[in-house]
Design a protein around this ligand. Structure first.
Ligand SMILES: [Zn+2]
Length: 336
């Protein structure tokens, strides 16, 4: 179970800059920059024109976390950035069978906790009430994707029947939603966002992995600060053009996009031990950092690729907003 966010917070101010919650801002910007570069020509040009804003927004959900003493906001926002896959076995849960309904998942955790006599989180030691929640990253990705698609849905109708102001507002919303979605896709490519061992190995440690509470910040960006920035041009060349996503067959309680997001997150979880192995072998610092760099750069590229595919698919698949369409058609008829 994820240990208290409060102690993480204290550890973060004691050992690392408070902003080190994920890839740092520069890395999130790079993910978006690379993703925008892979979008086909038929993707709306206004989004490319808003490039700097989309890069700026890559850091937005982390701004909601930084220096924030608002417990209600911390409660709802912080767990959107991670999903500790290794917490699930204790609840008898398998990621591939989980429901895309966020609250159903929370209720299920409570039921399983009771049925298995797992300890109940103690409110007094858990001020943000986040103990007992493994995080919601696959849900955040799915829900934010839905918002990007929805904003394209109404944009398509405003373009047909709206005023220039309405079209401009709808475009601004698409840009905003694209930016917010990007953050969570980026976070998931940082393997430490998928594990209870998010900042040094916790508990039994037979392989002797690092327990240093600076490890998370090292992966987020300190590695690149110490060893030079990622090779953006090489990464750019390694990416294919964005394409329409192929998603698994939907279940009643799990859309294809949710299953895809879950597969993406669990795929990064499989890289948690390899990442700790790299550290142990000294390949994440100093003269032998080449292999570590290749690993981290590949993760950034992976995030860009999926992000661009999601943006592109949202654009292609967004159905026109029928409700808005009939409202605007009626409005047109009424106009003198
Ligand atoms: Zn984050």
């Amino acid at each position: 179970m994820r240990s208290h966010l409060l102690s993480l917070f204290i550890a973060s101010i004691a050992f690392v800059p408070a902003s080190s919650w994920a890839w740092d801002y520069e890395r999130h910007r790079l993910v978006n920059d690379l993703a925008l570069g892979t979008l086909p020509k038929d993707f709306p040009a206004f989004a490319q024109a808003a490039k700097e804003r989309i890069l700026f927004l890559s850091g937005e959900p982390d701004r909601w976390r930084n220096n924030n003493s608002d417990r209600a906001l911390r409660h709802t926002n912080n767990p959107d950035h991670y999903f500790d896959v290794d917490d699930l076995p204790a609840y008898g849960l398998k990621p591939e069978l989980l429901s895309h309904f966020r609250y159903e998942f929370v209720a299920r955790l409570a039921l399983e906790r009771k049925a298995r006599n797992l300890p109940e989180p103690k409110p007094s030691a858990n001020l943000d009430r986040l103990d007992g929640l493994p995080g919601f990253l696959p849900w955040s990705i799915t829900e934010q994707y839905g918002k990007v698609r929805s904003s394209f849905s109404y944009l398509k109708v405003f373009v047909e029947l709206g005023t220039p102001e309405e079209i401009a507002n709808a475009q601004a919303n698409v840009v905003y939603q694209m930016g917010v979605l990007s953050h969570y896709i980026g976070d998931a490519a940082q393997p430490l966002h998928t594990t209870r061992h998010f900042n040094g190995w916790k508990g039994e440690n037979p392989k002797g992995y690092t327990t240093r509470p600076t490890f998370h910040a090292w992966i987020d960006g300190n590695f690149f600060k110490a060893n030079g920035a990622p090779d953006a041009e090489a990464l750019r060349k390694s990416l294919r053009p964005a394409k329409r996503l192929e998603t698994p067959v939907a279940r009643d309680d799990a859309s294809g996009h949710f299953q895809l997001a879950m597969q993406y997150v669990t795929g990064q979880f499989k890289l948690v031990e390899p990442l700790y192995e790299l550290e142990k072998a000294g390949k994440l610092s100093g003269e032998n950092a080449k292999e570590g760099r290749a690993f981290l750069e590949a993760q950034l590229g992976k995030a860009s690729q999926l992000l661009a595919d999601m943006w592109y698919t949202a654009w292609l698949d967004a159905p026109p907003d029928r409700f808005l369409q009939s409202y605007l058609s009626e409005r047109k008829l009424k106009k003198p």
